[in-house]
Design a protein around this ligand. Structure first.
Ligand code: FEO
Ligand code: CA
Ligand code: CA
Length: 643
């Protein structure tokens, strides 16, 4: 969700972690500079030590510097459309409202009903995943694409709501029903067509998840007293998913969609919540949209436990259109950004997940059993058993994974954790007792397939005060974010510890204190608010941003950098989004010949309305509002993206 517009509430700006530890209080520089020295030029360049923030040596002044990425860098741009580096093509694959189930008429937002929206591509596309079609196919020509639909911008979807914070609260009952049908997720089938891609019409796999789709609840918190409602006295069945930000996949080919800012959908009197401590720790207080006005279960005065049934990771099998999505409670309840996997040495599966809010934590889940690559059915419930841990980033460069296991340490009945279900429903409160490191908004966490290191993207935290600085979150008023790099001990993702270092500190070198990249980073190569990342098959990092400084004429975009060698952390601008949009879900096809991006909330700008949006991308048709869309980027004439 955008962080740059005053007119929209930034969901993550309201830190609710009261246990934020004070600073470690030491300067970070000594350890970092020692590491940089060990890496030589390959280390993170300290731009501030140069005469000019963008000064480069003669050798580095060559077109690409020491980067292995050979595309001609794009200039920072901010206007009503999208831009990509020279030599690349962009194609809009699918837009909000395009029919995906049962054909359908051309999209007309003025006549859109909930029943119609349920058959069409949803709003605010975020995470993207690709599943070969048929399963196991290596041609790279046909996939099931899964897409998260995170939230809605009612003032850009419907006429007459105006702009600003109050607009969403004015939505009618019918409009709320459309909103509920436009969030969640989508499964579409796509195939290569010529140099680009097409959506396969009427695919039997096409499917929408919405805020009303029946889902199951499994794992240790299923049936927990706090999961029971009047509609579901068993605490094992729930309607829908929303706040679906990032996600992940599993080695057995299922889709994980993550519930992030679920608290915005619930309204009521927070002082009268059955469990005020729990509600407060998750920010359940005041809705920012109208759902609670029109649908009883979103009013917690009427249905106090309904908020507890959100904030989970939802597993869906895209290859089985009839299978119910399942909320896997063993992975914990928080504002999950994503959930990405790596394999432990013994074949168990390790999932990394960030809790995207200021001063929240980084988590890891390790399955109890190993993945069975020869028997898909045997992996069906692998996510129901395992160990959830939370990360402490120590000043000496060690990261420790602290297990959230009932009965261990402070997680006792006396402290309110009588069962593992208690630990999971109240994950944040359980984690607080273990004293993990409060981070600068953990967004995506991804493992580099080439070097095996884990990258934790911390998007920003303008609320961190000087006395709250620590070595892993080294800047007060961190408006631009940073990226950490973790090396699991002995390369084993299930090891109880590892080491960490800083990959880059975002912001404009020379202007934003402490911004640090490779010293050859150009004046277009710096970035702000890293959010989702992807690795190409060479292990190079592609960084999508959410919250670029529009006042500086910079749109959110995509930046690419080597992670190894002389071009390490030399970020280069590849793509710039239309005004108001953030870039989500970067994912490459095998062989890196197509890069798919989800362009979310185009036109989410101050004073932007349905009638007068700041952009009408991608249609630019009079009367048509901006439409969140998935795009495909290919190299002109074919070839490897970035080369
Ligand atoms: Fe929905 Fe964490 O961005
Ligand atoms: Ca974000
Ligand atoms: Ca995100």
């Amino acid at each position: 969700m955008a962080a740059h517009s005053d007119d929209f509430i930034d969901p993550d700006s309201i830190g609710v972690n009261a246990s934020t530890e004070p600073s470690i209080g030491e300067l970070i520089e000594r350890r970092l500079s020692r590491r940089d020295a060990l890496r030589g030029l390959a280390g993170v360049g300290v731009a501030a030590s140069l005469g000019s923030p963008f000064a480069v040596t003669d050798a580095q002044a060559q077109v690409n510097g020491p980067s292995t990425l050979t595309f001609k860098e794009l200039a920072h741009t901010l206007d009503d459309t999208q831009h990509v580096a020279d030599g690349y093509d962009m194609q809009v694959l699918i837009r909000w409202g395009d029919p995906i189930i049962g054909g359908g008429l051309e999209f007309d937002p003025a006549t859109l009903t909930a029943a119609e929206q349920e058959k069409r591509f949803g709003y605010n596309n975020d995470y993207l995943g690709l599943y070969p079609m048929p399963a196991g196919n290596r041609s790279g020509d046909r996939f099931l694409m899964v897409v998260n639909h995170e939230y809605t911008n009612p003032n850009l979807m419907f006429a007459g709501l105006g702009s600003g914070r109050g607009a969403a609260l004015k939505a009618t009952k019918e409009q709320v029903a459309v909103e509920m049908a436009s969030v969640g997720g989508a499964i579409i089938e796509i195939a290569r067509e010529g140099a680009g891609w097409k959506v396969v019409p009427d695919s039997k796999y096409a499917r929408r998840l919405t805020a009303t789709t029946p889902m199951e609840i499994s794992g240790p918190a299923a049936g927990h007293a706090k999961m029971k409602t009047s509609a579901d006295p068993t605490g094992t069945r729930v309607l829908g998913t929303f706040g679906n930000c990032a996600g992940g996949s599993t080695p057995w080919g299922t889709w994980l969609t993550c519930e992030e800012n679920f608290h915005f959908y619930f309204d009521g009197d927070a002082a009268r919540l059955a469990d005020t401590e729990l509600g407060k720790r998750y920010g359940v207080a005041k809705a920012t949209n109208a759902w609670g006005q029109h649908v009883d279960r979103f009013n917690f005065d009427k249905e106090p436990n309904e908020p507890n049934r959100f904030g989970w990771v939802v597993e869906t099998d895209p290859y089985d259109p009839g299978s119910p999505p399942i909320k896997r409670t063993a992975l914990g309840r928080f504002k999950h950004e994503g959930c990405t996997y790596a394999l432990a040495k013994d074949g168990r599966v390790v999932f990394y997940s960030g809790d995207d809010e200021r001063f929240e934590y980084v988590y890891r889940f390790v399955t109890s059993k190993a993945w069975n690559p020869n028997d898909r059915a045997a992996n069906k419930n692998l996510l129901d058993e395992g160990t959830l841990s939370v990360a402490r980033f120590d000043a000496d460069g060690k990261v420790a994974w602290l297990p959230l296991v009932q009965g261990q340490g402070p997680l006792t009945a006396e402290n309110g954790f009588a069962t593992q279900g208690d630990v999971l429903v109240k994950t944040r409160l359980a984690a607080d007792l273990l004293k993990p490191t409060p981070m600068d908004r953990p967004e995506d966490i991804e493992t580099n397939p080439v070097n095996g290191r884990v990258y934790v993207v911390l998007t920003n935290n303008g609320l961190r005060k000087p006395d709250q600085v620590d070595k892993a979150n080294p800047r007060a008023t961190n408006d631009h974010g940073h990226i950490l790099e973790i090396a699991p001990k002995d390369g084993d993702h299930a090891a109880p510890e590892g080491t960490w270092s800083i990959f880059l500190l975002a912001g404009k070198p020379g202007q934003d204190a402490g911004a640090r990249y490779h010293r050859a980073t150009s004046e277009n190569g710096w970035l702000s608010c890293p959010d989702n990342i992807a690795f190409d098959s060479k292990g190079r990092m592609w960084i999508a941003t959410d919250g670029a400084p529009s006042a500086a004429g910079v749109a959110d975009g995509v930046y690419a950098a080597d992670t190894l060698g002389f071009g390490r952390a030399l970020t280069r601008c590849f793509y710039q989004a239309p005004t108001g949009a953030e870039v989500c879900g970067p994912i490459f096809t095998p062989g890196d010949t197509t890069l798919f991006l989800a362009i979310q909330h185009p036109g989410e700008d101050r004073n932007s309305t349905f009638e007068k949006p700041s952009t009408r991308w991608p249609d630019f048709k009079p009367g048509m509002p901006p439409r969140p869309s998935v795009i495909a980027i290919t190299k002109k004439g074919g070839g490897v993206i970035g080369s």
